[in-house]
Every structure is written in structure tokens, then in C-alpha cells.
Ligand binder design. Structure first.
Ligand code: HEC
Length: 451
């Protein structure tokens, strides 16, 4: 017994430290296994909500992210992209300007932290039973606006164009007539433009369809019946706002294609239009998104202004004075591969200056229209100056720069440069402006609901 006892003690002495360590670690490691993020319980819900609408087999994302096996090889890259806030595509400067948008798809800091911690702890799968169901997503064959508005009232098609498999990007412009589609002046409520499913959807990078129309008695109107870019399908005007069109006219198609290593034969882009009911007169008339960059003409900062030396960073500004009060509903910066930032500021008639919105992670692949939330959409008095500042980065540090040793001038190709902004803008009468300002004051001073 004595022998046994001493054996027991000497044995315990040998394994003691290990036991002690195990004892100390056990509850902790168990706790960690329980609380550390896993794919099925913590990461998949974020990806399903925010990423798979594009990252699915038919989507515009380069790889599907529907299952653990599909996501696992991309884990580190996903962590980098979400930390840089390059994915999901939402490239606003979060430190300045308005931050409330209708179409905000950005992740919260907490969601980013979950993904980063998950990747740092070895990207565990977790309990398969915890996996949420896959959401339904569009394959690009249907109109997105149809979800809210039903089928469009009419669809116009561009003439056919064949896009070569391997070629430079192609910019293609044609006119078609607009006759016999509507029989009286009507107000447009929403528009959407896309390539034809499936290949056309992938090859169209961005495009515009501008309708110039006139009435029997010679009244004229012009505006977009389709404005698309990667990340943006169309425009829906705020309720009570419409764009007038007349029965007879011409559509100017302006389509920019990026070849996809596969020939796309006789592609015909399509523009869909949703109308307000017959006889309906909206309170606010808009001409759709408008070009607004500099006073140098339609096209903004033109060739003579734009010269980027090799390995340089350069900014340019354009100013436009509003000669009528206006409500700005959306902001879409447009530059090419060297574009890195663009901002929209207001200088009020009393001299106050305000940053309205700024994009600081610009990437030409994306043509996102940032749609201001109703309560904060800039409401600007007559005489306000809109200041648009563009910055190009033609250095090696710009990951989108194809060659920092080149001089770059104005042009249509992606390797040339340009700078403009599409604004969703509704001009207001003085009365409408006063009324909207008063309404905003009222809603701001109203007591908050809740305890
Ligand atoms: C609106 C469509 C869209 C959404 C939403 C989206 N992506 Fe992407 N993603 C793309 C496209 C297109 C690319 C390729 C172009 C680019 O990198 O900008 C891309 C690229 C990426 C890449 C880089 C791939 C590579 O080759 O290096 C990663 C990683 C990524 N996405 C992850 C995500 C994650 C994670 C989310 C959600 C949190 C997400 N994406 C949301 C469309 C999207």
C-alpha cells in the first residue's frame, strides 16, 4: 500500500503540470470553441444576406460563395476585401458627408470583425445544422424593378451588335426611332437597362438610353429611359416625381462593352420603362439623372483640361450654380481606371460650405449611384454652388492603374480618362422648396417615438 501510495504520488508529480495545464485550459478552450465564429452560424448569414446576390453561378461576382467548400479557399481574400471595404462594393468615404442611403449594402464594423475573427481562427465550418437556407437570387434574366412595380409598361431594344471575344473595351453609339409606343404624353416613374440574358448581361459594362421626344404641337422633352452600370440597374424616381415623355422621338443608345473571352453575337441591350397611370400629373417633374460636373460643356472636364503626367496624382474641380432650388436624390461619380476619389460639396448662398458625399475608394468597374435617404437628401436653395472635385491617381500605388508610366488624356476608352457626375436632381419651385424645408424642420423637431 505504501508502495502504491508513493507510486501514486510520484506519478502525479510527473503528470501534474500537464494536468494542471489541462485543467486551466479546458474551460477556456471549451468556451472559445463555443463563442468563436463559425461558417454556418456566423459567417454564412452575412454572406447570404450581402454577397450571394452577385457571388452565385450566374451572378456578376467572379466566384460563387454559396457553401463552405466554395468559401473556404477564398477566406483570406474575403477578409482583406471586407476590411478594405472594397467588398461589398460601397466605396463612400465613411468619415465625411451624408451616410444614410436607400441602397446601402455596406457591412457593419461588427460584421467585418466577425469575418476577420473567423478567418484568423482558421475558418472553422461549425455545425452544419446551423446553416441558414440559401436566399433566392435573380439570375439577371428578369427586371429588378419588377419586384416592386410589376412588369414594365414597355421595353425598347437597341440594334444588334456583336462583341468580339478578346478585344479592347468597345463604346458603341446608335440612334433608333421612338414611335407608336405611347399615344399621349406620359410621366415615367422608373427605368431600367440591361444586356440580354445570359451573355449580354455579363458583357455590358454600362450604358445609357436617352430619349428625345416631342408632342404633336412641338413641345420637347429629353431624358434617360435607361441608365445602367455594374452595380446599378436603373432609376426609380421618388413617389410623386416623374419624367415627362412625348409620343414621338428618337432614342440615343450609348453602350460600353467589356469583352468576356467569349464572342457575344448580335447582342441587343434592352431598356424597360414603368409609367405613372394615364392622366396622372406628379407633383415634381424631373428630367432624370443629369450631368453636372463643370461649366466646360456637356462632358464636363474636357480634353484640354485633362492631362495626367506619368506617376502623378492630380485633382480638378468643376462648379455649377443652381439657378433654381433643387432636391438631390442620388450621386454617381464617373471616372476611368486612374480615378480614385470624387466629392460633391455645396456652397450655400450665405457662404457655408458642406460636404454632401465623397467616394474615396473609387473603382471604375463599379458605377454605383448612391441614393440619399428621403429625410437627408440635399435640399438646396437657389444660388447654391455645387462643387465637384475629382482626383486621379496615376501612380503605381493605384491597384487599378494599368500603366503608371503613361501620359493620360481625355477619351472614351477605359485607359483614357474623364470625370463627371450623374446627379439625380429634381428642380423645385420656390413654393415647393419652402414647403419641403418646413416639413423637414417639423419632422426634425417632432418628439421621438418610444420610451
Ligand atoms: C453587386 C455585386 C457584388 C456584391 C454584392 C459582392 N461582390 Fe464581391 N465581387 C463582385 C465583382 C463583380 C468582383 C470582381 C470585380 C472587383 O473586384 O471589384 C468581386 C470581387 C470579389 C473578391 C475578389 C476576388 C478576386 O479575384 O480577388 C472577393 C474576395 C469578393 N468579391 C468577396 C465579396 C464578399 C465577401 C461580399 C459580401 C460581403 C461581396 N463580394 C459582395 C461582385 C459583388
Amino acid at each position: 500500500m505504501t508502495k502504491n501510495t508513493s507510486l501514486f504520488w510520484s506519478g502525479l508529480l510527473k503528470v501534474g503540470p500537464a494536468l494542471l495545464l489541462a485543467f486551466l485550459l479546458a474551460p477556456w478552450s471549451k468556451l472559445e470553441a463555443q463563442s468563436g465564429p463559425t461558417f454556418t452560424a456566423d459567417v454564412a448569414p452575412i454572406l447570404f444576406e450581402t454577397c450571394v446576390s452577385c457571388h452565385n453561378p450566374n451572378g456578376i461576382g467572379p466566384m460563387p460563395l454559396l457553401s463552405y467548400d466554395e468559401v473556404r479557399p477564398w477566406a483570406r481574400r474575403i477578409s482583406l476585401k471586407v476590411q478594405a471595404r472594397e467588398m461589398p462594393p460601397w466605396h463612400l468615404d465613411l468619415t465625411t458627408g451624408i451616410q444614410d442611403y436607400k441602397n446601402d449594402i455596406s457591412l457593419t464594423d461588427e460584421q467585418i470583425a466577425t469575418i476577420v475573427t473567423w478567418v484568423e481562427s482558421g475558418s472553422p465550418e461549425g455545425d452544419p445544422a446551423a446553416l441558414p437556407p440559401l436566399p433566392e437570387f435573380s439570375d439577371g434574366s428578369d427586371w429588378r424593378m419588377a419586384e416592386q412595380l410589376g412588369p414594365p409598361d414597355f421595353v425598347m431594344k437597341a440594334p444588334p451588335y456583336t462583341i468580339a471575344a478578346n478585344a479592347q473595351d468597345q463604346w458603341w453609339v446608335r440612334n433608333t426611332t421612338f414611335e407608336g409606343v405611347i399615344d399621349e404624353p406620359r410621366y415615367v416613374r422608373a427605368t431600367e437597362l440591361k444586356g440580354t440574358y445570359p451573355l449580354g448581361v455579363r458583357v455590358l459594362h454600362h450604358g445609357h438610353a436617352m430619349l428625345s421626344s416631342q408632342s404633336a404641337d412641338g413641345q420637347r422633352a429629353s431624358g434617360p429611359i435607361g441608365r445602367q452600370g455594374v452595380g446599378k440597374a436603373g432609376d426609380r424616381f421618388p413617389d410623386g416625381t416623374g419624367m415627362l415623355i412625348y409620343p414621338s422621338g428618337e432614342i440615343n443608345w450609348n453602350l460600353h462593352y467589356f469583352p468576356i473571352d467569349e464572342e457575344v453575337r448580335s447582342e441587343r441591350a434592352e431598356a424597360a420603362v414603368w409609367l405613372y397611370p394615364r392622366g396622372y400629373e406628379p407633383e415634381f417633374a424631373t428630367r432624370g439623372e443629369q450631368f453636372f460636373a463643370a461649366d466646360t460643356g456637356p462632358g464636363g472636364l474636357w480634353a484640354q483640361d485633362l492631362l495626367l503626367p506619368p506617376n502623378s496624382i492630380k485633382s480638378q474641380q468643376g462648379v455649377r450654380v443652381l439657378n433654381q432650388p433643387a432636391l438631390i436624390t442620388s450621386f454617381r461619380p464617373h471616372m476611368h481606371m486612374r480615378g480614385s476619389a470624387q466629392s460633391l460639396e455645396a456652397v450655400y448662398p450665405d457662404g457655408r460650405r458642406e460636404m454632401l458625399a465623397r467616394v474615396d475608394k473609387y473603382n471604375h468597374v463599379w458605377q454605383i449611384a448612391y441614393e440619399f435617404e428621403d429625410g437627408v437628401a440635399p435640399l438646396l436653395p437657389k444660388g447654391t454652388s455645387l462643387v465637384i472635385t475629382t482626383t486621379w491617381d496615376n501612380t503605381e500605388d493605384n491597384p487599378n492603374n494599368p500603366d503608371h508610366r503613361q501620359w493620360v488624356v481625355f477619351g472614351q476608352r477605359g485607359v483614357d480618362e474623364m470625370s463627371h457626375t450623374w446627379l439625380g436632381i429634381t428642380y423645385l419651385s420656390d413654393d415647393q422648396f419652402e414647403h419641403m424645408v418646413a416639413e423637414r424642420r417639423r419632422s426634425m423637431s417632432a418628439p421621438k417615438a418610444g420610451p
